[in-house]
Design a protein around this ligand. Structure first.
Ligand code: ADP
Ligand code: ZN
Length: 289
């Protein structure tokens, strides 16, 4: 069997699956402190201790993914103070002496979509989550795009919409993409949560304008086969449609992109992309270890 830990800023989603990646148990625990949350996580997996062959973790970050680093497997400079410098992989390995696959939450979701979802059969895919934060992960020929660290695509710079007077919400950059288009940004700018705004609210034009810039930048930097947009904010279906129009306007036919309905898409696995990605990564890792 394989295990999955999708570590998010608000909750940890854990799952256990058979070798064929059929989920047999799943639960979620609020993200509080490492002591409290990890106790619940380890308890969740403990009945399967003898059966588990690997665990995949997709974590909020930034995280240390450099194998030769002394802090490999740690969450590093997160704004969540209790989780700074938390040895995530070490904690899991100490409890279960099995291989642990370790990547970002968005990379895990990208992987899930590439194996089972809208990235299936494509050699280059990018996955963004538009939620409490904004993050992006890219996969090319089955490998994550990374260098000295993992990408932090959610913090790309965007141009402010001419009518937008909101200063931006990112604690580091104010008006980066996350600062201008995350769920909490919408709430601060509009005075209401995104889920409580009408489908016609002017916020969605702004949202589409910023996400279209994200799609534009991604297109010109990586020319992927597909860009998948998940996360709570994308539950507003009209945003994707408005974004396609704004994207066309920005690109001005400079490059020939795939048909937009197949190019800018929602995750086929919905909220399960990360869990399936972690499971598939755990299985992959076990095959190679
Ligand atoms: P997280 O990022 O914590 O994993 P989500 O992807 O659900 O979780 O993102 C939560 C954010 O998305 C919140 O800011 C919330 O207001 C916003 N959100 C959730 N559902 C909707 C919706 N249906 N419409 C617009 N915004 C939403
Ligand atoms: Zn930022």
């Amino acid at each position: 069997m394989f295990g999955s830990i999708e570590a998010g800023g608000t909750k940890f989603v854990c799952a256990v699956a058979t070798d064929d990646l059929e989920i047999v148990k799943r639960d979620s625990f609020p993200t509080t402190t490492p002591e409290e949350t990890m106790k619940l996580v380890l308890e969740f997996f403990s009945p399967y201790k003898e059966l588990l062959k690997g665990i995949g973790i997709g974590s909020f970050g930034p995280i240390d993914i450099q194998h030769e680093s002394p802090t490999y497997g740690y969450i590093t400079s997160t704004p969540k103070l209790e989780w700074q410098q938390f040895d995530f992989v070490g904690t899991v390995k100490k409890a279960f002496t099995i291989p642990v696959a370790w990547t970002t939450d968005v990379n895990a979701a990208a992987y899930g979509e590439s194996v089972f979802g809208n990235g299936k059969g494509r050699s280059s895919i990018v996955y963004y989550t538009i939620g409490t934060g904004i993050g992006g992960g890219a996969l090319q020929y089955g490998r994550f795009v990374e260098g000295f660290s993992h990408p932090e695509m959610g913090h790309m710079l965007v141009n402010r919409h001419p009518t937008d007077t909101y200063e931006g919400n990112c604690p580091f950059h104010k008006n980066c993409l996350e600062g201008m288009a995350s769920g909490p940004t919408i709430e601060k700018r509009a005075g209401k949560k995104g889920q409580d705004l009408s489908e016609e609210d002017a916020q969605w034009e702004l949202e589409a304008y910023y996400l279209a810039q994200c799609a534009y930048n991604t297109t010109l930097m990586l020319s992927p086969d597909v860009i998948i947009f998940g996360g709570g904010v994308m539950k507003q279906r009209q945003v994707l449609e408005k974004m396609k129009v704004a994207f066309k306007g920005l690109l001005k036919d400079y490059v020939d992109v795939p048909e937009l309905d197949q190019y800018l898409v929602l995750p086929k696995l919905g909220d399960n992309a990360g869990t399936y990605g972690c499971l598939a990564l755990a299985k992959e890792q076990q095959l190679h270890s």
